[in-house]
Design a protein around this ligand. Structure first.
Ligand code: SAM
Length: 290
């Protein structure tokens, strides 16, 4: 670590430090050491972070680095880094840059040849995913959805057939309308999970199909408070008859009225472009039900 005000030709390091998302015990020993050792802490909200630093007995000076001044003030932090001082970047909670400021500073630092070192820790989306029981091998993070229904539904439509687990951040006063729109776009049965107040007193993780989850939240105003992450299972391609369009089934039915089953399925496949085997299986099912 460099001493404050030191000037040498080697740039300092920008540490990107995760802070707790609720439970203060979640801060790492390494994060505390880095925050205590750097010359300056660039913080999203200095008053908020001052309380955290006071709690841990850290006296390092804080300077504001939020979304409104980040581009302009980046030069100020960069000058300190280029003068050889180490700087830590923190946000109000969790990992900086994840739906939080810091992107411009990190970019500027890297472009200037300053080493940028992550100090990992809490992140609400990863905490929620780790306990959700939804597929976690592949997932996408959509951040915050637009605040108004039309924009929100348009964004949801874009990921309607996304096969990976979907993760969203949402404000508590919008959680109910958000779940309503998710139900409308993804359907009643899509598995979902609401992770609320992670690591805090009223921590709640509730997993249900979307229609039931929406009804559960609507019935209890307590579930419309606090901080929340919504996870939705990825889209699964329908199987069997559900995978065949209504039009293809109509063609199949017409041909089944005139031709033997195998021939009807083959001809329907030629006309509609649907796989012959799928139509053959559908024809067998229809014959069974007849
Ligand atoms: N940088 C943070 C992170 O690493 O998760 C996220 C910051 S973003 C401004 C705040 C949003 O994160 C909240 O609106 C909520 O969606 C989510 N969040 C943060 N803390 C949370 C918690 N304890 N429980 C559930 N969600 C949380």
């Amino acid at each position: 670590m460099t001493t404050p005000g030191a000037s040498n030709s080697t740039p300092g390091t920008l540490y990107v430090v995760a802070t707790p998302i609720g439970n203060l015990d979640d801060i790492s020993a390494r994060a505390l050491k880095v925050l205590g050792d750097v010359a300056l802490i660039a913080a999203e909200d200095t008053r908020h972070s001052a309380r955290l630093m006071q709690h841990f007995g850290i006296a390092t000076p804080l300077a504001a680095c939020h979304e409104h001044n980040e581009r302009d003030q980046g030069g100020r932090f960069l000058a300190r880094l280029l003068a050889g001082e180490d700087v830590a970047l923190i946000s109000d909670a969790g990992t900086p840059l994840i739906s939080d400021p810091g992107y411009h500073l990190v970019r500027q630092a890297r472009a200037a040849g300053v080493a940028v070192v992550p100090v990992p820790g809490a992140c609400a989306l990863i905490a929620a995913l780790s306990a959700a029981g939804l597929p976690s091998d592949r997932f996408i993070f959509e951040g915050f959805l637009p605040a108004k229904t039309a924009g929100r539904r348009a964004r949801l439509e874009q990921v309607k057939e996304e096969p990976r687990t979907l993760i969203f951040y949402e404000a508590p006063h919008r959680i109910l309308e958000c779940l309503e729109d998710m139900q409308a776009v993804f359907g009643d049965e899509r598995p979902a999970l609401l992770a609320r107040e992670i690591s805090k007193t009223f921590e709640t993780l509730k997993g249900l199909p979307l229609a039931e989850l929406r009804a559960w939240v609507a019935a209890d105003s307590n579930q419309q408070r606090g901080e929340c992450v919504v996870l939705v299972a990825g889209w699964q391609a329908p199987e069997g008859e559900a995978a065949i369009s209504a039009e293809a089934l109509r063609v199949l039915d017409l041909l089944l009225g005139e031709l033997p089953l195998k021939r009807a399925a083959a001809l329907a496949a030629e006309i509609t472009g649907v796989r012959k085997n799928l139509l053959y299986q559908a024809a067998l099912e229809r014959q069974k039900d007849a």
